[in-house]
Ligand binder design. Structure first.
Ligand code: C2E
Ligand code: CA
Ligand code: CA
Ligand code: CA
Length: 272
């Protein structure tokens, strides 16, 4: 049952290839939205001095029987249908409601590549901003490197449109796919998040150090912010800083937590 470090698989991966089982999970997930079983937790992203720059919203499913389910388990299932659009809408609405609890802070949300395949992403974001009276400049949209490298002209147009609304765009999991440095020039992005596998390697791998430093130098010219993901130790923080990263995220600074536990964390940081 345990797949990898500390991960318990709730849904039977083999059974997910079965259409009937998948339908069942999809139905449960759809119901979860209405039953209020989804939660958006927040993890701080800090600057070089350790003050909070933004909070990344990370979804969880509090299943009454199966317990707290990781997004890694149910997002891929949702991505197989338009359920991902419903979840994406729920996430952005939740973030718009929660941002009032974090004065002066921005919220970073994850947008699935599947959502970017449809024009609704732009109209949905625009509509929710108007409904909630929030400003797009309070939000960062994270897209994965895989999406960026396979971006069609339509996807690029949608990213530009979202940016036009005032959202910042972040390229997530950089280094896991085959993103070349040229993407920093061609993609409409404001920041790049270096995957935690690189941060983990900094201590013992010179190639990783050079990779991150080079990325940071190019990013500086392009006016792109570099975020180090998965920083777990003081050493990793120091190494990422030396390599040129200017934002940091990871268990060393704080684990994802429910909204009301996150605000305590901001207060402890001296933020209002
Ligand atoms: P991600 O966007 O790369 O998010 C970072 C993941 O790393 C999170 O896992 C976070 O809890 C974990 N993490 C943060 N700091 C550390 C650290 O220091 N060490 C380690 N080992 N891990 C750390 P999580 O919350 O399980 O999310 C997994 C993935 O699910 C996310 O990866 C993202 O791709 C996806 N996801 C999460 N929330 C959403 C959402 O609202 N919408 C969509 N479409 N995808 C989401
Ligand atoms: Ca992310
Ligand atoms: Ca990431
Ligand atoms: Ca990831």
């Amino acid at each position: 049952k345990a797949a990898g470090r500390g991960r318990v698989t709730v849904f039977d991966e083999e059974m997910l290839s079965d259409k009937r089982y998948r339908r069942l999970v999809e139905r449960e997930l759809r119901a979860a939205i209405y039953l209020g079983e989804l939660e958006l937790h927040y993890q701080p992203i800090v600057g070089t001095e350790g003050s909070i720059d933004a909070l990344e919203g990370l979804i969880r499913w509090r299943h009454p029987v199966r317990g707290l389910i990781s997004p890694a388990e149910f997002i891929p299932i949702a991505e197989r249908s338009t359920l991902i659009d419903m979840i994406g809408e729920w996430v952005f609405k939740r973030a718009c409601a929660d941002i009032g609890h974090f004065p002066g802070q921005r919220i970073s949300i994850n947008v699935s590549g599947e959502q970017l395949k449809r024009d609704e992403i732009v109209t949905m974001c625009d509509r929710i901003l108007r409904e909630t009276g929030r400003s797009a400049s309070g939000f960062i949209i994270e897209i994965t490197e895989t999406v960026a490298t396979a971006a069609t002209p339509e996807i690029l147009r949608r990213l530009e449109a979202l940016r036009g609304l005032g959202f910042h765009i972040a390229l997530d999991d950089f280094g896991t796919g085959h993103c070349g440095f040229n993407y920093l020039k061609t993609l409409p992005i404001d920041s790049v998040k270096i995957d935690r596998s690189y941060i983990r390697s900094l201590a013992h791998d010179q190639v990783a150090q050079i990779f991150v430093s080079a990325l940071a130098q190019i990013a500086r010219i392009q006016d792109i912010t570099i975020v180090a993901e998965g920083v777990e130790t003081a050493e990793e923080f120091a190494l990422a800083r030396t390599a040129g990263c200017s934002r940091f995220q990871g268990y060393f600074f704080g684990k994802p937590a429910p909204r009301d536990k996150t605000s305590v964390l901001c207060a402890a940081d001296g933020q209002p």
